[in-house]
Design a protein around this ligand. Structure first.
Ligand SMILES: [Zn+2]
Length: 189
């Protein structure tokens, strides 16, 4: 990445007990070039780049990396901006973007702040849109386990009551009951 090349895992070999014993890393331009002579060219960035690293587990528990081929058949940063791998946000960057969005900032401003906060960041507008979309989709996004639990109780129409500590606001007692049990409980107290 720092050199401007993006590596992808081509394959992992697993032995009989399903332990990964070999990882092959290739350039994202590795793999056969589209050689079709008819029809529109496939949208692919594979151009037979020979770069290959091989990783095998070492005795110390780490991985031993062997260089199989260090050659690239293209310029390093040529299309880094267009590359989804390279544009992936780190966990830290995601958290930052999430916070900015929670504070009601607009997409354009979030992008400006992100670039300022994380120099060298390659994230584009669309990446942030996608990230925020999937963050909203994911049920737990940005909420504490307690908030998730309460919304689950609400969604499933559970009856619930709770008390909180008057000093620190923490939950002290939680009582909840399934709607069916609630009906029965009311009928036969
Ligand atoms: Zn390459």
């Amino acid at each position: 990445m720092e050199l401007g090349y993006v590596l992808v895992i081509r394959r992992t070999n697993k032995n009989s007990v399903k332990v990964v014993n070999k990882i092959t890393l290739i350039c994202h331009h590795g793999g056969p070039r589209d050689k079709r002579l008819v029809g529109p060219p496939k949208r692919s960035n594979k151009i037979d780049c020979p770069f290959t690293l091989e990783g095998r587990p070492g005795r110390d528990g780490g991985w031993r990396v062997t260089v199989k081929d260090l050659r690239h058949n293209h310029d390093p940063t040529a299309d880094l901006h267009g590359n989804a791998y390279a544009r992936q946000m780190t966990e830290e960057e995601k958290e930052y973007v999430g916070n900015q969005s929670d504070h009601g900032l607009y997409l354009r401003q979030i992008l400006v702040n992100l670039k300022h906060e994380f120099p060298g960041n390659l994230t584009q507008r669309g990446d942030i849109t996608n990230f925020l979309k999937s963050k909203r989709r994911s049920c737990q996004a940005g909420r504490t386990p307690m908030q998730v639990m309460f919304s689950l109780l609400q969604d499933k129409n559970y009856f619930y009551q709770f008390t909180t500590n008057s000093k620190n606001g923490q939950l002290e007692n939680l009582f909840f009951m399934h709607p069916t049990s609630m009906t029965l409980w009311r009928a036969f107290p």
